[in-house]
Design a protein around this ligand. Structure first.
Ligand code: CP3
Length: 350
């Protein structure tokens, strides 16, 4: 009996991704390992972020921190979407209070000669971390999610050199250098595929693509610069591996028909979307993940619990629902509210 319930626990996130009926929705949070946790800060005091993701033992320890503290139903590899930037020859630094900075952003004239890197070699530390995490996760009986930045979001950093709320330079390229942008997206697509293949070979059991900045494009440009590349990656993964893949971008509803056409196993829904609305529009064979506003984690406990239950109630008759935030958790989030959400979801029986 104990064995059986352990097996059920292992499967809950993967079952929901394949739209099987589960006893309750599984739960994990985007950016679940990070600065809001004291255990993370204790390591961060002595190491910079790139050292943390570049050292498999540290990445493993940090991946497990939120699992030990809150009991999430899946672990996500501790890394960053920008690990792909350095192999392409761009410098990368994470500056205190600013975030990622690339001092030598790409120029349109340089794209033609840009070489596709050997990802297996350049990102070996990531695959080592995956192997180590899988080993350490065995007693927890939960799956490990691997991930990559999607081509457009990674390209945006390589072109803008930093987080850029309007993507002005990228949009300049769209207007003046669309061929170079497509060339860069093609090259990144090859690398993202190599990167995901190697993560699967190392042992990840599910994948997520983060295309945060895709949400800043118009519908027409999403169709041209996002959809074909995501579709290529998703269909590669679905053909080659038996590993489900989820896609996240902001402004989910604006691009919903295109996202459905990309045909991922799951769509990670942003926090502004009306769940009732998206539930009625997405095929029942596609999982939905989301979409609590990360800022609600700062609310009073009663209000927070009420909002969590509201989402659970909306989705209770819809197999293939995974509880998550609608974007990454913020560094100042009170940990007791994270616990409250996990406990509320785990005790829900609709
Ligand atoms: O979900 C997870 O727990 C896995 C790890 C993960 C991180 N970043 C850890 C991280 C994942 C999946 C990401 C994704 C990521 N990284 C995205 C896409 C999703 C999103 O949230 O929009 C983007 C755009 C990035 C790029 C990035 N990395 C930024 C803009 C920053 C700075 C943000 C900030 O708040 O300072 C990072 C750094 C980063 N990535 C940290 C962590 C835990 C903070 C590092 C630190 O200073 O300790």
């Amino acid at each position: 009996m104990l064995e059986l319930s352990l097996t059920l626990l292992i499967m809950i996130y993967l079952d929901a991704l394949s739209c099987k009926k589960t006893e309750r929705p599984p739960i994990w949070f985007m950016r679940q390992a990070g600065r809001y946790m004291q255990q993370y800060q204790d390591i961060r005091k002595n190491h910079n972020f790139l050292e943390m993701i570049g050292t498999p033992q540290l990445a493993t320890e940090i991946t497990l921190q939120p699992i030990d503290a809150f009991g999430f139903d899946a672990a996500i590899l501790f890394s960053d979407i920008l690990t792909l930037v350095k192999p392409f020859g761009c410098s990368l630094e994470f500056k205190e209070g600013i975030g990622p900075v690339i001092d030598d952003p790409l120029q349109a004239e340089a794209i033609k000669a840009l070489e596709i890197p050997n990802i297996k070699q350049e990102c070996g530390f990531v695959f080592e971390a995956v192997k180590l995490i899988r080993e350490k996760l065995l007693p927890y009986k939960i799956p490990l999610i691997g991930f990559s930045g999607a081509p457009f979001t990674v390209a945006s950093y390589m072109i803008e050199g930093k987080s850029s709320p309007n993507l002005e330079t990228v949009k300049y390229w769209i207007g003046h250098n669309p061929n170079e942008l497509h060339d860069l997206l093609e090259k990144l697509t090859v690398s993202v595929i190599d990167y995901l293949d190697e993560q699967v070979n190392a042992g990840v059991q599910a994948l997520q693509l983060f295309d945060t900045w895709a949400g800043l494009l118009s519908y027409e440009d999403f169709k041209l610069f996002i959809a074909p590349y995501l579709k290529k990656i998703v269909s590669h993964v679905r053909t080659k591996h038996n590993v489900p893949i989820t896609v996240f971008c902001k402004h989910t509803m604006a691009f919903l028909d295109l996202l459905i056409d990309i045909n991922p196993n799951g769509i990670s829904v942003d926090w502004q979307t009306n769940l009732r609305d998206i539930k009625s529009k997405v095929p029942s064979t596609m999982a939905l993940q989301g979409n609590l506003d990360p800022l609600l984690l700062f609310a009073k406990p009663e209000k927070l619990r009420e909002r969590v239950i509201e989402k659970l109630d909306i989705m209770k008759d819809r197999p293939g629902y995974i509880f998550n935030l609608g974007h990454g958790i913020l560094p100042t989030t009170p940990v007791e509210n994270v616990k409250l959400v996990v406990d509320t979801v785990k005790s829900y029986r609709g």
